[in-house]
Design a protein around this ligand. Sequence first.
Ligand code: SAH
Length: 235
Amino acid sequence: MQHYFGHIEGKTAYIEEQDALRAKQVKRIELHEQVEIAEGERVYLCFCKSLHPLSFEVITEISETREPPLKLTLAFSLLKGDHNELLVLKGTELGVSRFIPFVSARTVVAPKGKEDNKLLRLRKIAKEGAEQCRRSLIPEVSDYATFEEVVQKATGLRLFAYEEAAIHGRSLLDYALKGETEATLLIGPEGGFTPKEAELAIKAGFQPVSLGKRILRAETAGIAGAAILLLSSER
Ligand code: SAH
């Protein structure tokens, strides 16, 4: 079933013009077809009552939420190529609430501005990914931040995936299944975190965690870490 983020007015539901175009031209929506429309964490079962202009009628609210009990912020160093996109898409499917792309000492990609095309594209990917996997909410992709900002502003359970913890450190699994409702997981750049950054994170209350004995690519680390924490939170 097609899924959109839109707004509800009484018994009628609307979606944005761009989404309406896509619904008609790409997804070939038909009159009377049933779709889901989400607004503010609520999802409604609707049917298409008019194609021109596109509008829907609400049949009923779908009661069960698709959002995990854990609000996970995945803060990751900006990566090369399309790895940021992969991380945001897969993280969205897994249920990440917020992504914070950050710049740390060994980040090799520099953002081109406050809201450059790369960031706008990540937001688009989060929205489309959330539609595709039928989430109730579109995860937020925050503005670029510095490593220091991320570390200082984090709340809830604070974890950082640390390559130096890979072999002898505590496993991320030790922190899953604890019934946490809010957590931040930091993922470093291709070159890893500097010892100074690790020290700063620990001082700010972050626990270094291992994702297994092999060194993973940063995007794999982000996806694996999100999967472990989010899936555990739903048990
Ligand atoms: N170049 C570094 C590895 C960086 S891997 C080195 O050779 O040591 C990129 C990021 O992925 C790391 O900063 C960390 O956040 C995460 N990561 C990769 N493998 C990990 C592991 N086994 N345990 C914890 N974090 C890991």
